[in-house]
Design a protein around this ligand. Structure first.
Ligand code: HSE
Length: 442
């Protein structure tokens, strides 16, 4: 390609932290390969960061740096703004300003898209600009591309993913080393997997952001983060990981979204997954997403869900899409939510009571005749069918035994009623432990 034929895409980056630095590095290292692919030279013309000396150590070029992010979104020389500062207050203001200024936007910000995506896409449509967010979900895994384009022929039935590396690292350590959550969280923080305040990760909020985005583009509906059910891993006990293992299951924090005839399930919680499933064997900080399409069946996407260059891989791929499509009409671009804007449907999110799941139950019961019969009657009376059962011998000098029950799929409302009734039995002590279970096979 002659130099004179090469178009230029001028990029402004907001935030030169881990992902910003990785983006700058990948853009530079692979510049000629990227231009060979797109026919466009993608040049960073300005970058904003609060810490200018750090920013200079990343770019080695003080001339393009500013500590004023608004200078970038208002810079007439910038075609596309890459938002990598995170949060959803300042970043929202900056993204909306960039859009108002007719600049395309690439963002890695899952919270921003999950909470304010509907407003951002409406503004982007009105201004005829692209908003791309591949890096917001599962870091380097091109899951947005897969859902929006690669699987476009399918009616997508469900998506289930390990979409938080921190919690997957913690669960892997708990299983491998037989440790409790409290023993592992400190190590995760020391190794830099978990933040000083790990709430967003360990309580499932980060996963719910990513799940919300996948759900919206899988089913063609608005972002509904506020209605996502979110349960983290902080209350998980080592003994349940062990018992699950004995029964052939692994415990994973899954984000699950399913389309049913009544509505959409949108839930993040610890889940038993059969150990024979590939996704059950995704360990450490890695991410994986299973997508079930009606034509293709279940498909699996695996890779690094975080980190400088894995996330940059997604950011730069989005920049390449912008480079290819910036001159195209909006009709030629892939719609923000994968479906034509006037075809986006306001599907209802099912309350947890109406969700369908199989269950792992652990109860502590007096080891005497009739207890199991009472428990199975409570389940049977509510139409809950038992799949497997395991009773652990009481320890010496103990009169209570752990009973573990796996059930077939039922409606959560029935299970809640059954658990209340089981806990009321005189022979049962304490609370019943309940973990949802998914086959992920069909
Ligand atoms: N904190 C996230 C995780 C990475 O642990 O997967 C960024 O989304």
């Amino acid at each position: 390609m002659k130099q004179s034929e090469i178009k230029v895409l001028s990029v402004g980056i907001l935030g030169l932290g881990t992902v910003g630095g990785g983006t700058y590095t990948v853009l530079n290292r692979n510049a000629s390969e990227i231009t060979r692919r797109t026919g466009v030279a993608i040049n960073v013309v300005q970058a904003a960061d609060r810490h200018l000396s750090h920013a200079e150590s990343v770019t080695g070029n003080a001339a393009i740096l500013t500590d004023d992010a608004f200078a970038v979104v208002n810079n007439p020389a910038v075609d596309v703004v890459v938002e990598l500062i995170g949060g959803y207050t300042l970043s929202k203001e900056l993204v909306l300003k960039a859009i108002e200024n007719k600049k395309h936007v690439v963002t890695a910000n899952k919270a921003l898209i999950a909470l304010h995506g509907n407003e951002i896409f409406a503004a982007a449509k009105a201004n005829n600009v692209i908003v791309a967010f591949e890096a917001a979900v599962a870091g380097g895994i091109p899951i947005i591309k897969a859902l929006r384009e690669g699987l476009g022929a399918n009616r997508i039935e469900w998506v289930a993913g390990i979409i938080n590396g921190t919690t997957n690292f913690i669960l892997t350590e708990m299983r491998d080393k037989g440790l409790g959550y409290q023993d592992v969280i400190g190590e995760a923080q020391r190794l830099g997997y978990a933040e000083a305040d790990p709430t967003f990760d360990v309580e499932g909020i980060d996963a719910a952001h990513k799940l919300t985005i996948m759900s919206a583009i899988a089913f063609g509906m608005p972002m509904k983060f506020e209605q996502a059910y979110t349960e983290g891993i902080t209350k998980l006990q080592q003994i349940d990981i062990q018992y699950a293992e004995e029964l052939g299951y692994r415990v994973k924090l899954l984000g699950i979204t399913k389309r049913t005839t009544q509505g959409v399930e949108l839930r993040v919680h610890p889940t038993l997954v059969p150990e024979k499933r590939l996704v059950a064997n995704v360990n450490g900080a890695m991410n994986a997403v299973v997508v079930k399409g009606d034509a293709v069946g279940p498909t699996l996407y695996y890779g690094a869900g975080a980190g400088a260059e894995p996330t940059a891989s997604a950011v730069v791929a989005d920049l390449m899409d912008v480079a290819r499509l910036m001159d195209a009409s909006s009709a030629q671009r892939v719609p923000y939510l994968a479906f034509q804007p006037d075809q986006v449907q306001d599907l209802p999110i099912l309350p947890m009571d109406e969700v369908q799941s199989a269950y792992y139950l652990r109860l502590r019961a007096s080891d005497k005749p009739g207890v199991l019969a009472d428990v199975t009657k409570i389940l049977g009376d509510r139409g809950i069918s038992i799949d497997a059962m395991m009773q652990k011998e009481p320890d010496e000098n103990e009169t209570q035994a752990d009973i573990v029950i796996l059930t077939h799929v039922t409606v959560e409302r029935n299970m809640n009623a059954a658990i209340t009734a089981i806990e009321a039995l005189e022979a049962i002590s304490g609370k019943v432990v309940r973990i949802r279970m998914e086959e992920l096979g069909r």
